[in-house]
Design a protein around this ligand. Sequence first.
Ligand code: GLC
Ligand code: MG
Length: 424
Amino acid sequence: MMDRLNGPPPLMIVSDLDFTMVDHEDPENLSLLRFNSLWEAYYRQFSLLVYSTGRSPTIYKQLRKEKPLLTPDITIMSVGTEIAYGESMVPDSDWEQCLNLNWDKDIIIQETAKFPQLIPQSDTEQRPHKVSFFLEKSNSSEVIKALSERLEKLKLDVKIIYSNGTALDVLPKGAGKGQALAYLLRKFKANGRTPLNSLVCGDSGNDAELFTIPEVYGVMVSNAQEELLQWHAENAKNNPNIIHSSERCASGIIQAIGKFSLGPNVSPRDIKDFGKCRVNVFSPGYEVVKFYLFYERWRRAEVEKSDQNFQNLKSSFYPLGTFVHPCGTEQPMKKCTDTMERLYGDKQGKQYQIWLNCVSTSQIGSDSWLVKFDKWESTGEERYCCLTTVLLTAKQAEESFTWMHIHQTWLDGLEAKDSSVWFL
Ligand code: GLC
Ligand code: MG
């Protein structure tokens, strides 16, 4: 991750997942897909995406399978008690070491067992530095008060956090989402990589700490829980760097990027007609995001099958280039144009969504680039993904690109059984 950066990242987003990045009331994941295309088009190369979730690694990985979540650079799990890096999720064992200080999980388990109102959560959610329960909202304040008095009397250095009006976590005092972020910022500083701007995003009680870290911007999404709004009213009301967005979840994050002027804030997904778009962004990362949005809309018949659109498409493929299909067969790009023509509208009225993950570009000549990304496709039930490499050359005069060569390979476990359902 650090190798990718050649200086401080312009932006670091630290976002909660459930009901912040992910809207569980949005079955089509529209706001998440808006965020994804914004991030991949403009931010992926130099900025940092950090998820900070209450979920354990087990149920975090489940969510990754269910929702079109991008790969974060860093994953903070189990309410700031576990930190992992990259897609392979290399754990930060220094952080776990830190949390061992004065932490005795067995005593916590013994003491909490004396409170019948505390119902233990599933085994997956009990972690080395996190003991978790369900607690009913109605008498939560009294129980929390009694519990903290009891633990204090025993001189245990713990932190009790109540979230979503349902969950109670007991953690080491030095843990939590805020402390984990502070730890990361210290590490960045030591490497001269402090992000120019950081934006924290959350919706519930365990996110409150994120908003206490100095010099970060913050967004409480419109659908934030009462407990977070109340915390804000009592502790951070006059901080102009924290907003309560008027939009839900990931759309609220985009709103905050605009509000605090942290960088581009128009999601390519919101641009209905790229041809009429005032600002033509001329970058290879933007090009692939834009192309695949057009491709999705083409197959859904949400763009017109006009001569203009078809000519544009045709002129962006180099006819003598080759496309290597993930099943291994090769075809000239000319044939891709024909296939595209044939596939117009074949997904009309169907659930059909495309998103790109981990777009990375490298310039390999004065006007040529290699662009590499995971191209995901979901048809509702099925999900497929291909590692995709594209060779692009620039037509400087027109500020556009030509697709010279495309090569796709299936990602393990995400191949289509019938490879003819996958085109590009
Ligand atoms: C997630 C975790 C749960 C925790 C809750 C609040 O839902 O799975 O264990 O209690 O977040 O932090
Ligand atoms: Mg949440």
